[in-house]
Design a protein around this ligand. Structure first.
Ligand code: HEC
Length: 270
């Protein structure tokens, strides 16, 4: 659903590509998702819009599109009490404004299928950022946005099969399904090519838990009938035992709710 919405937004945005850099009056600003005032001498207004980041130095009368990620949906812009300014642009990830150059610098683009919508921090500990993703879940960074974890802390495999599964996952699956199973990160290609099937999140945020262990193992070994992008593991030496370890690892990313509701039971739990 989100992908479809993003595609609609993107086509619209590309149609307006000529606007890049041009000054537009407030009335022509695309719909604003989020907004912040940067507390510098010029009192700069920043709008995160469905078509990218826009800046205004005349208190919102006129706006300029920022060339960073122009036309791509910007979902968040926040100033922190410590004076840092962060934004989130789909396909670019988390950006921080460099006050010296007024350029947006990329901090991290490994959010998988997550889009950030809100972020907060304190002056006491400006390295610690807490953000809300569009699934309505909080994620945390202890190093100014470079690495993120779920609120419940860094992932730790408990059992031996989870650990073996994690090792195989990092080697053979993470490039598509993301760190800790957060899914594939949005790219321009993923947004514009309607035949491009993205690798879904395997943690609790998507639908992996609607499948039984056997169905998950089968997809891992046989691949997907829908797209060759999901490779048949058996062609790269993944055995039935490896697939079981991978399933154990994937399930260790879920919360108790998904574990209780896995497979055919998911309908009752939704
Ligand atoms: C080259 C990218 C790529 C790699 C590598 C990859 N996958 Fe996938 N995977 C996909 C795509 C794309 C889909 C979606 C397939 C579909 O919708 O039919 C998918 C689907 C899945 C699903 C089904 C999820 C669901 O909710 O239905 C599982 C489970 C899965 N992959 C596990 C794995 C595991 C485990 C590995 C590593 C052994 C792996 N994948 C490696 C791209 C990849």
């Amino acid at each position: 659903m989100l992908k479809l919405k993003l595609i609609a937004v993107l086509f619209f945005a590309l149609a307006g590509f000529g606007l890049q850099g041009a000054e537009i009056p407030a009335g022509q600003l695309p719909a604003i998702n989020d907004f912040a005032i940067v507390d510098n001498a010029g009192e700069q207004y920043i709008a995160a819009t469905g078509q990218g980041l826009y800046h205004s130095v005349d208190r919102g009368s006129s706006w300029r599109a920022h060339k960073t990620g122009f036309g791509l949906p910007a979902t968040m812009v926040e100033t922190t009490p410590g004076g840092a300014v962060y934004a989130f642009v789909v396909t670019l990830g988390l950006l921080e404004l460099d006050p010296a150059t007024n350029q947006w610098l990329q901090i991290n683009n490994r959010f998988g299928g997550q889009v950030l919508q809100q972020l907060s921090s304190t002056t006491r500990n400006p390295s610690r950022l807490v953000a809300r993703n569009h699934f309505g879940k909080l994620i945390v960074s202890e190093n100014r946005g470079k690495d993120w974890q779920k609120l419940r802390g860094p992932y730790q495999a408990r059992t031996e099969d989870e650990k073996r599964g994690q090792r195989t996952y990092v080697e053979k699956c993470q490039s598509c399904h993301g760190v800790d199973g957060v899914g594939e990160t949005f790219t321009r290609q993923a947004l514009t090519d309607k035949d491009y099937i993205m690798a879904p999140a395997l943690d609790e945020s998507a639908h992996a838990w609607h499948h039984t262990d056997e169905q998950l193992a089968q997809t891992i070994i046989e691949g997907s009938p829908r797209t060759a992008r999901m490779p048949a593991g058996r062609n790269s030496g993944i055995s039935a035992a490896d697939a079981q370890d991978l399933v154990a690892y994937i399930k260790s990313l879920w919360t108790q709710r998904e574990l209780d509701c896995q497979g055919p039971k998911h309908m009752e739990c939704m």
